[in-house]
Design a protein around this ligand. Structure first.
Ligand code: ATP
Ligand code: MG
Length: 572
């Protein structure tokens, strides 16, 4: 699964029988080397999102990786908004991203930063480059710059404005800043190498004129730094040691190194790239999630069918499950695609001992116990989680009329069917043995009521063991059952077709990704609060929707069913 994991088997000195397996990913190997060689004496990482959308599962990987490294090496972790491009950035996104990062458990303590706070230093850095003869003002248009840049096989051409004197460049850059220059009329370019085989090094634009209001600095600036210039400066100012980013920035690393070198930072940060996390048949990119929201296919950024962090939280995923998933995926330079089944495995693992197992009927049919006295009922004791006694037990009402799952009765049983059919005895979970005696049907032949008789000697917990039954079914006492809305989800993407249509590029939508049903649940579940989650016996894990639930009327989202096809690989 993670080819780049380095496994070192360390034999303990006192006891050579005990083996400690130390597993490091390739970034940790690099960090160890840097520390050993004295390149850095500490580890300082950061998470630098652009506040232009909601964070998703891929960002979660980056957050947990950066935070985890700082923790592991006793270093520091900065939270920094990379807000240098005012066009798409909004305060709404700043707030949602902070909430998500906090929820994931990455603690930035008092180190919350905004790149826009460094605009004065970035401006000074540009001036420094001009003074060193390493940057010049160009009047070429964006199209001309592209033309002059050349191609992968052809060197670029010298910018006709590259010969301007330092004084002239300083004056023209000052003019750009003063507001008299129109958007796009002039740019500041780094002077590197128009013939470089790396296109990013062909005198990249580092400052542009843009008369835009910034969400934090307002109209103070009308020139804004480009990402490749701004990012290394942000890292250097904050004392970041390892600037961890994704593979698409690998070709930009020479420029990153050029910027920190030319600006003569005493402790230049180092960029290390890893492969992005992708999920099979899942839309992860901000741009595409945004499209699903704008097209009204998803109901908001936190639609439980999406994989934004807020959607996963709403669905009932836990930070622990996301962390487990990210760790299983590993950190690598090789591009790979994970399966949604693995994420689902993680949430099942996390919740199975933590949450009470309750009874809920999703597809109800009536069961009448004909020999149970009419007008009577009793309270039965039910363990909340047989595998975790610390969750205690609860009392549940029981009586003559129950709701059971429609699939738990078959008038004519198929082979190996051990549930209710005429003449067969089964256990009612937490209650008694019952024997099926028959059923009632409507005019169309659909079963409407199942009949049975119970054996009062067989009460659960009474120690009865005179005979065994093969089937156990769950139920809810009908007179006190609560009707609740339950939502069952499938992938929002049509998995048969894949995410994108090959011809149109449109996203292939599964029209059946959300099914709304009415279920009967134990009365105690009516009091469940937003974000509380439960196992519904045999039906999966469910979480109370924070948006659509009302006091006493929870709406349940299915997080995941209990069945899994995912098998944890042996070496993990
Ligand atoms: P997207 O377009 O998918 O939303 P982005 O790279 O534009 O992603 P940024 O806000 O620029 O989003 O990213 C913040 C950090 O998260 C960056 O360091 C980026 O490399 C990292 N990141 C983004 N997507 C992923 C992913 N799928 N897997 C791992 N890290 C990611
Ligand atoms: Mg981006």
């Amino acid at each position: 699964m993670d080819e780049n994991k380095v496994t070192a088997e360390v034999l303990s000195e006192e006891n050579n029988e005990e083996k400690e397996v130390v597993s490091r990913n390739f970034i940790e190997v690099e960090i160890d080397k840097d520390l050993a060689e004295g390149v850095y004496d500490t580890v300082h990482t950061r998470f630098p999102p652009e506040p232009n959308g909601y964070l998703h599962i891929g960002h979660a990987k980056s957050i947990l990786l950066n935070y985890g490294l700082a923790k592991k090496y006793g270093g520091k972790f900065n939270m920094r908004f990379d807000d240098t491009n005012p066009t798409k950035e909004k305060v709404e996104f700043v707030n949602s991203q902070l909430e998500d990062i906090k929820w994931l458990g990455a603690d930035w303590e008092d180190r919350l930063f905004f790149a826009s706070d460094y605009f004065p230093q970035m401006y000074e850095a540009a001036v420094k480059l001009i003074k060193k003869g390493k940057a010049y003002v160009s009047d070429l248009s964006a199209d001309e710059i592209r033309e002059y840049r050349g191609t992968l096989t052809e060197a670029g051409k010298e910018d006709p404005y590259a010969g301007r004197s330092i004084e002239e460049n300083l004056a023209l850059f000052e003019e750009m800043k003063s507001g008299v220059i129109e958007d796009g009329a002039r740019v500041l370019r780094a002077r590197i190498d128009m013939a470089s085989p790396n296109m990013n090094m062909r005198d990249p634009v580092i400052y542009r004129v843009a008369h835009m209001t910034h969400h934090r600095t307002g109209d103070t600036w009308c020139i804004y730094p480009m990402y490749d210039f701004a990012h290394p400066i942000e890292d250097a100012i904050e004392g970041i040691t390892h600037s961890i980013c994704t593979l698409e920035f690998e070709d930009h690393r020479p420029l990153y190194d050029w910027v920190v070198r030319e600006l003569e930072y005493p402790h230049p940060p180092r960029q290390i790239e890893f492969a992005k996390l992708y999920l099979n048949n899942v839309v992860t990119g901000k741009r595409y999630i945004k499209k699903l929201v704008e097209d009204g296919i998803a109901d908001g950024w936190d639609d439980p069918r999406l994989v934004s962090v807020s959607a996963l939280r709403r669905r009932g995923y836990t930070p622990e499950a996301i962390k487990m998933f990210v760790e299983l995926c590993g950190v690598s330079k090789a591009q790979s695609v994970a399966d949604m089944g693995m994420l689902e495995y993680c949430i099942r693992e996390d919740l199975k001992l933590k949450r009470p197992r309750m009874m809920a009927i999703l597809d109800p049919i009536k069961l009448v116990i004909d020999n149970y006295p009419e007008g009577q009922s009793e309270m039965l004791d039910a363990a909340n989680n047989l595998e975790n006694e610390s969750l205690g037990s609860r009392q549940i009402p029981f009586g003559r009329e129950l709701w059971i799952e429609r699939e738990d009765f078959m008038e004519e049983p198929i082979k190996k069917y051990f549930r209710l059919f005429p003449g067969n005895e089964v256990r009612l979970m937490n209650a008694y043995f019952v024997t099926c005696t028959g059923c009632e049907k409507d005019e169309n032949g659909n079963v409407t009521v199942v009949h049975c008789t119970y054996d009062p000697e067989t009460k659960s917990g009474s120690g009865f063991n005179a005979r065994k039954v093969k089937g156990t079914i769950h139920w809810v006492y009908a007179p006190t059952a609560k009707e609740v809305e339950v939502r069952l989800f499938e992938n929002i993407i049509d998995e048969e077709k894949g995410v994108y249509d090959k011809e149109t590029g449109e996203i292939n939508i599964n029209p059946n990704s959300k099914k709304v049903i009415t279920a009967y649940v134990e009365p105690a579940l009516a009091e469940a609060k937003a974000y509380e989650s439960f196992q519904f016996v045999r039906n999966g894990f469910f979480c109370v929707d924070y948006k659509d639930s009302k006091e006493g009327a929870p709406v349940f989202n299915r997080i995941v069913s209990l069945k899994s096809s995912f098998v944890l690989p042996k070496n993990n």
